[in-house]
Design a protein around this ligand. Structure first.
Ligand SMILES: Cc1ncc(COP(=O)(O)O)c(C=O)c1O
Length: 424
């Protein structure tokens, strides 16, 4: 079943009309299809059926509790990159042994939280982090399972330079040439055990070349690490990066990805971990927004809507394309060429430029597609805007997963009178 489809002229998500949701919860509103997410999990899991593997959904793409619950119930593990995401994962019911904790700059407190919780792997990204993790584990009287996130230093082809993470010199991971040294450091410490080796080379990768080249590089390290650290390795983490369709691109080559994983599992004898984020949730979500104004200036036609870069940063941050359509008109409705822009006081606050869109009037609703990943999680309060509501649809029913913030929420952490301390 298509998650988003028209019934007559009215766009539905699963069995629920989007304009009914908009009328009830207001706009801007993120609306997600639970069944789309289940379908994505099953597609990847089945493609890898003959590969010993575990999917750890990358919470950074969308950490809404309602979404995490759908994935947990589908059988997924989770990958987190901060103490906040760890907190969210545990609160959504993930067992510690289903959690991988990564991130390039974990603080001492965050490491302690992960080690105390007893997560499956702490993925470390530097030599200093190995020693810090060892010290914390020792102080807690524990031994911590480490994964090495390695920078495989391969060429990465991606739509935007900000979504490449596995080339030489990137801030992520242990530099490839330092990995053997890192393994010998870990070997010499009594409160860490090296269990995993992995990478994450980038996001929205239309070609599997970087995955393939990176996996080769990891496989050569596995042998070297085994010689140094003995037989402690159990997992090889291929990261995330599977692409989705934003426009008319082809679907992700899930079978090709699975064959890289199959080959890596056979040659290493290790369980394969994968950390997809975008693939799982991007096309499960739309952003519902209401047209506020139409105007024409300097030869440009503008459609001003009530969502902005505060809800969806991707167009201004990554120059990303998102399909836009009207909720209650079909494709045959008259079109105009316009810029679709938000209310934020920034010229970078746009969703589309010189785009053919329906000739909508103020009060009508638009949907911005493919916002389930890196949408709400990148929202900000800029211009003192309240974060939007998140809604999950499951068949013919729907629920508010995150309520819209109030003005009071915006100022909740500011004392009305400053409590001055003596700093002299
Ligand atoms: C370590 C790590 N794993 C997984 C992901 C998920 O990537 P994607 O959403 O492209 O699958 C990311 C995102 O950048 C990441 O940094």
């Amino acid at each position: 079943m298509e998650a988003f489809a028209r019934q007559d002229t009215s766009l539905h998500v699963e069995g629920v009309a989007l304009d009914a949701i908009a009328r009830e919860v207001g706009t801007p509103a993120f609306v997600y299809s639970a069944n789309h997410i289940r379908g994505r999990y099953t597609a990847l899991h089945s493609a890898m059926a003959d590969v010993p593997h575990r999917i750890h959904y990358s919470a950074k793409a969308n950490a809404c509790r309602g979404i995490l619950s759908v994935l947990r119930e589908a059988g997924s593990g989770i990958d987190v990159v901060s103490g906040g995401e760890l907190f969210r994962a545990l609160r959504a019911g993930f067992a510690p042994e289903d959690i991988i904790f990564g991130g390039v700059g974990k603080t001492e407190d965050e490491l302690r939280e992960g080690i105390s919780a007893g997560v499956k792997l702490i993925n470390v990204e530097s030599l200093a982090e190995i020693e810090l993790a060892n010290g914390i584990a020792a102080s807690l009287g524990r031994t911590v399972n480490l994964g090495f996130r390695v920078n495989p230093e391969v060429a990465v082809e991606s739509a935007h330079k900000y979504t490449k993470t596995g080339e030489k010199g990137h801030k992520f991971g242990i530099p490839y040439d330092d990995v053997e040294h890192a393994a010998s450091i870990a070997k010499g410490l009594s409160n860490v055990r090296l269990r995993g080796i992995g990478m994450h080379v980038g996001s929205q990768l239309r070609s599997l070349d970087a995955h393939r080249a990176g996996a080769e590089r990891l496989l050569s390290l596995v042998e070297a690490v085994r010689r140094i650290a003995g037989d402690s390795l159990v997992a090889l983490d291929l990261g995330g990066g599977l692409p989705v369709r934003y426009d008319d691109e082809s679907e992700a080559d899930v079978l090709g990805f699975a064959s890289i994983a199959r080959d890596a599992a056979k040659r290493s004898g290790l369980e394969i971990l994968v950390e997809p984020g975008r693939f799982m949730v991007a096309n499960a979500g739309v952003l519902l927004t209401r047209v506020l104004y139409r105007k024409r200036t300097g030869g440009t036609e503008y459609v001003v809507v009530d969502a902005g870069m505060t809800e969806l940063l991707r167009p201004s941050h990554y120059d990303a394309y998102h399909r836009i359509e009207a909720v209650s008109r079909d494709d045959r409705a008259p079109q105009i060429v316009a810029d679709v822009v938000g209310p934020v006081c920034e010229s970078g606050d746009f969703f589309a430029r010189a785009r053919s869109v329906p000739d909508v009037a103020p009060g009508e609703y638009l949907v911005i597609h493919s916002v389930g990943a890196y949408g709400f999680v990148m929202a900000s309060h800029y211009n003192a805007r309240r974060r939007a509501v998140e809604v999950v649809v499951d068949g013919n029913r729907w629920a508010v997963a995150t309520r819209r913030e109030t003005y009071e929420d915006l100022v909740r952490h500011e004392p009305p009178v400053l409590d001055w301390r003596d700093g002299a």
